[in-house]
Design a protein around this ligand. Structure first.
Ligand code: SAH
Length: 199
């Protein structure tokens, strides 16, 4: 598999039907997912690893990990409608996985890697920090997406934890018109992806 092939496979995934605003259901763009996951793959963070995708939605991050040779992927998602789409997307890939239809708060397995593009806390303040807080004790390596404008705040949070940032990527995140309140067809927001590690 090449990075291009990964991006193409991910671009074919189905996305949310009737995305729910209160859950901030925005799928990660396939090019951005491929960029981050390809980096992670080259960094030996994916192949043969047990991985959890927190707030998996329709599964683009976890499925990308499966395509890149993950040993097993746990998809943790609270919304059963999103899980219906996730199940359809999973029909197209091979590999070991488990879907957990639950709040991330109920997941307590130690894993090698957590990938998460959580709600950015626009609707409910600091939801993304709750995801971080949950992820940190469960995984040495975390790839986590947050709004770039909250960088200082996220960095301060990381500074107080046992993890530290090894890499940071920033993207123009296209938010496609999927909810009634969106006026423009595609809006772009600056989003960062942190790679966190603790040894
Ligand atoms: N990770 C996916 C989806 C991002 S949208 C992607 O990258 O495309 C954020 C997802 O988190 C939504 O599917 C939403 O339903 C889910 N979510 C929000 N709060 C959650 C919680 N407390 N526990 C589990 N999933 C949650």
């Amino acid at each position: 598999m090449t990075k291009k092939e990964l991006a193409i496979s991910l671009s074919k995934m189905d996305v949310f039907v009737d995305a729910k605003a209160y859950l901030e259901q925005y799928p990660t763009d396939s090019e951005i997912a491929a960029d981050v996951l390809w980096f992670a793959y080259l960094n030996n963070d994916i192949e043969d690893k047990v991985i959890a995708d927190f707030g998996a939605g329709t599964g683009i991050l976890g499925i990308g990990c499966m395509l890149l040779g993950a040993k097993k992927v746990y998809f943790i998602e609270s919304d059963s409608k999103a899980i219906d789409v996730l199940k359809k997307n999973l029909e197209r890939v091979k590999g070991d996985y488990e879907i957990i239809n639950s709040d991330i708060g109920n997941f307590d397995k130690k894993v090698d890697l957590i990938v998460q593009n959580p709600p950015f806390g626009t609707k409910e303040k600091h939801t993304d920090v709750r995801f971080l807080e949950k992820a940190m004790p469960l995984s040495k390596i975390i790839y986590t997406f947050h709004k770039a404008e909250t960088k200082e705040f996220i960095n301060q949070y990381i500074d107080r934890s046992k993890h530290h940032m090894t890499h940071y990527f920033e993207f123009d995140f296209p938010i496609k018109k999927s909810m009634k309140q969106h006026r423009k067809k595609v809006e772009k927001i600056r989003v960062g992806c942190w790679r966190l590690f603790f040894s």
